[in-house]
Design a protein around this ligand. Structure first.
Ligand code: PHE
Length: 494
């Protein structure tokens, strides 16, 4: 608490009131502005000082122009003094005396106008001597003397005098007056309750007019933004989104339906998260005739294939897992399409998959896959290459190369590489292929129907687009909240 605040409180305590803050300021030797500052501060503590009553004041002050007239004479007086006996041509008056001299000089009857022979107007003196009324009035006003209202109004019209207003305050003790400032409590604490000190505490009143804190929610994660853009790329190419709302999948759809052998290393607990509860989906829940065809194809082949030549274990196909790829969803969709009676279809999905992987700056145990599937009669590898060119150029990756690869469910299979201008080299951007007949024919799709498909991760393009180099900053429990809150919109030139 400042010395001034203390003095205000003490004066109030002693005298019961302060009649006018202006008088208080002059007797205590403080500047009135400082006193007002302290009053406001004490007022904000409500309980200490009653609301100050305002006393309005006003005073007439000279404008800058008028201060010059007060010191050196008014323009009309200067005109009168300088006017030669024969007068001056009206048209030369402004150039010599400005435009503020003539009207008042004429009003006072100091000067008049005469016509000369050639019809021009001449301004001449009308009286012998004058007194500079304006200057006198201005002097009186600046000395604080009263002048009559008419004169004041006339000076106001000439913009020589203006009213200045200010306020002083009358102060009284408040109901909760004290000599010391007590900070009001803003919270009811556990300690106050325990000690009972809440009974004597002054609580700060609620301010129902205060604006709320800006909410911190509603941020879209960069992965969602890129997903939205890629979803647009697909839908603008006529693709339909597949339902991916099942993270838990049965091995049957994730692997067996895709003709992935039961001995395949991916079906190991080192690579796949298997569920312990519920650990299995009984094969009796799957379409029976289809299960039989899948078993037959795995064990003995068909459709030009010799199969894997080993016993197909139901227990292996029944194991529940966290889906390792969204191709599990594609296999369900293609089976469904075959049951409904084949018609050409274009499907896509963008959703989460899970792999039991060692986590490092470029790998996570869960990530997002983008998958495209086209199902039609007579599709060729050329259709796959053309579709990939179309799709990737929409993502801003027009330069592509393909490398033969292997997937258990596609033949031929191709890894997709794109030339990165940023890195100056070819980088792998996805995997693709034509689904094998061993997968499609047991589903019931006609012989002449082919399916081309491709898959890629969502994280890598997102990291490139947002300049993030550690995947753990983007996703997972170590995610950088500032990345989530401050990321800009994503716009691909689709
Ligand atoms: N499922 C494959 C993967 O997880 C990607 C892929 C999809 C490959 C479709 C070919 C066809 O990598």
């Amino acid at each position: 608490m400042s010395a001034l605040e203390r003095l205000i409180l003490q004066t109030l305590d002693k005298d019961g009131e302060i009649g006018d803050s202006k008088d208080f300021a002059s007797t205590s030797g403080y500047d009135h502005k400082e006193v007002v500052g302290s009053i406001k501060s004490l007022q904000s503590y409500e309980m200490i000082i009653s609301k100050a009553r305002e006393i309005p004041h006003s005073r007439n002050v000279l404008t800058e122009e008028a201060q010059g007239y007060r010191d050196h004479g008014s323009p009309e007086a200067k005109l009168f003094a300088a006017l030669p006996p024969e007068g001056i041509l009206m048209k030369d008056l402004t150039a010599n005396f400005g435009d503020k001299a003539f009207a008042p000089a004429r009003k006072y009857g100091w000067v008049g106008m005469q016509k000369v022979e050639d019809g021009q107007q001449v301004v001449v003196r009308e009286t012998e001597a004058i007194e500079d009324t304006t200057q006198n009035l201005l002097k009186q006003i600046s000395e604080g003397q009263a002048v009559n209202r008419k004169d004041l109004e006339a000076l106001g019209k000439r913009k020589l005098v203006k009213a200045e207003t200010w306020k002083t305050y009358a102060l009284k003790k408040g109901v909760k007056f004290a000599l010391e400032k007590k900070k009001p409590a803003t919270e009811l604490t556990h300690e106050m309750l325990q000690k009972g000190s809440w009974k004597d505490a002054d609580f700060k009143p609620y301010n129902f007019n205060a604006l709320g804190q800006p909410t911190n929610g509603g941020h879209l994660h960069p992965l969602l933004k890129v997903r939205t853009q890629i979803r647009k790329a697909f839908t603008s190419m006529g693709f339909e989104e597949m339902p991916t709302n099942n993270y838990v999948e049965s091995s049957f759809w994730n692997f067996d339906a895709l003709f992935q052998p039961q001995q395949h290393p991916a079906r190991d607990a080192h690579d796949t998260f298997f569920l312990t509860n519920p650990a299995a989906t009984p094969l009796s829940k799957q379409p029976q005739d289809y299960v039989q065809r899948v078993r037959e194809t795995h064990e003995n082949g068909g459709f030009g294939s010799i199969g894997y030549g080993s016993h197909w274990k139901e227990s292996e196909a029944e194991k529940n897992l966290l889906r390792t790829h969204t191709t599990a969803v594609s296999s369900r969709m293609l089976y469904k399409l075959a049951q409904e009676g084949f018609k050409p279809a274009k499907y896509f999905s963008i959703d989460r998959v899970f792999r039991n992987e060692a986590i490092d700056r470029t790998h996570l145990a869960e990530f997002h896959q983008i998958e495209g599937v086209v199902c039609d009669k007579g599709l060729t590898l050329g259709d796959l290459i053309g579709t990939l060119h179309l799709f990737f150029s929409r993502l801003g990756l027009p330069k592509l190369r393909f490398k033969p690869a292997f997937n258990p469910y596609t033949e031929p299979s191709m890894e997709i590489f794109s030339y990165s201008e940023q890195l100056g080299k070819w980088v792998e951007v996805g995997n693709s292929g034509m689904f094998r007949p061993e997968m499609l024919r047991p589903m019931g799709l006609p012989e002449d129907v082919n399916v081309i498909a491709w898959g890629l991760g969502l994280e890598r393009p997102t990291m490139i687009l947002y300049g993030i180099d550690n995947i753990r900053d983007l996703f997972g429990h170590k995610v950088s909240l500032s990345v989530v809150k401050k990321n800009p919109i994503c716009r691909l030139n689709l």
